[in-house]
Design a protein around this ligand. Structure first.
Ligand code: SF4
Length: 343
């Protein structure tokens, strides 16, 4: 009977006994484990998730409130105006439509509704439209409102927090060394500044990345530890679903086992975050999607993504029921860096 590899034993002691996230050298060892040891890494990540966050899964839907026509040049994004893609430009949805969509999300058991717009950052008109929509949703639907409006200027984070936006999404997308290869119109520092402004304004930070763009494990760990340092409350794990017409349109898909390894290692580095299984999981993980929920994920975006179709929300909710994982009745809130349950 082969014995448990040393890095897995060290990680279990650290995460489950000492109740501390793994450090960089240990994370590097976990990332370098053989495929044969992956089931044990996945099992550890699941135990860590249960110990730090409990069994519930946070369900959210995201809605593209303004689609396409973005001036930025992110190479993975079909909403950039610089590329010829299948995405049709759509103006900002009216507040009443957003209220209807938030209501539908609540009916499906979702506790968070995220308003996403494709822009570099919000102008005054957009700020007012989002603040108005957030007020209308909060008045009519029992759901938390989140927003993803791009790079914020000084003062904007505070206004969104005052409007009751409880969580702000701004993905760092990749580690600082790799970022210049996927975007030249703004910098990693620009994104980092917005993430810091979100935290300073008192909103919860939702920030994650996309795996499978050609980055190395070193880049993935750079991102994982930046998110740990920022205290990201929620970390969306996206997997590149190459979009025709974008510079990354011809990229291959990440190996499913590597996608699972990303989720498991991110859980060990950020044990108290909501690790959200996000875009690309259907095409990258295929039959292994349920396995990802056992690899440390405890959040799920249901329904469609911003520009690609997900599988139906009902199928995802049935998957959670089959796994015996309850849907959270409110957004999961732990204290970053400390376990919320003592098992
Ligand atoms: S800033 Fe956002 S919407 Fe614009 S191209 Fe980059 S990822 Fe796409």
């Amino acid at each position: 009977m082969p014995s448990t590899p040393v890095p897995l034993r060290a990680a279990a002691e650290r995460l489950l006994d000492a109740r501390e996230p793994v450090d960089r050298p240990l994370a590097e060892e976990l990332a370098a484990l053989d495929d044969a040891d992956l089931p044990e890494l996945i099992a550890l990540a699941h135990r860590v998730r249960l110990a730090w966050m409990g069994p519930a899964v946070e369900v959210e839907s995201i809605i593209s409130a303004k689609t396409g026509g973005c001036p930025e040049d992110c190479t993975f994004c079909s909403q950039s105006a610089r590329y010829t893609t299948e995405v049709a430009r759509e103006p900002m949805l009216p507040a009443e439509r957003l209220v209807d969509l938030a209501r539908r999300t609540r009916e499906l058991g979702g506790t968070e509704f995220c308003i996403v717009v494709a822009v570099r950052g919000p102008d005054e008109r957009m700020m007012r439209a989002v603040i108005e929509a957030a007020a209308a949703i909060r008045a009519e639907v029992d759901i938390e409102v989140a927003a993803s409006l791009g790079i914020l200027r000084p003062g904007q984070a505070e206004r969104l927090a005052e409007a009751g936006i409880h969580r702000y999404n701004h993905n760092l997308e990749a580690g600082p060394r790799f970022f210049p290869r996927i975007c030249t119109t703004h910098t990693f520092e620009d994104r980092l500044r917005t993430c810091r402004a979100v935290v300073a304004a008192g909103m919860e930070l939702c920030s994650g990345g996309i795996f499978g763009m050609g980055e190395t494990w070193e880049d993935r760990l750079d991102l994982a530890f930046t998110l740990q340092e920022l205290g990201a409350r929620e970390i969306p794990c996206n997997f590149l679903n190459p979009r025709p017409g974008t510079p990354l349109g011809g990229a291959g898909l990440l190996r499913p086992l590597d996608a699972l390894r990303c989720v498991a290692v991110y859980r060990c580095v950020n044990p108290a975050a909501v690790l959200r299984y996000a875009g690309g999981r259907e095409v990258v993980l295929r039959d292994l999607q349920a396995y990802g929920m056992l690899a440390g994920a405890n959040g799920l975006i249901v329904g469609n993504y911003l520009t690609t179709l997900g599988r139906s929300a009902e199928v995802d909710l049935a998957m959670l029921a089959d796994l015996g994982m309850p849907v959270a009745t409110a957004p999961l809130t732990g204290t970053h860096g400390r376990p919320v349950t003592a098992r």
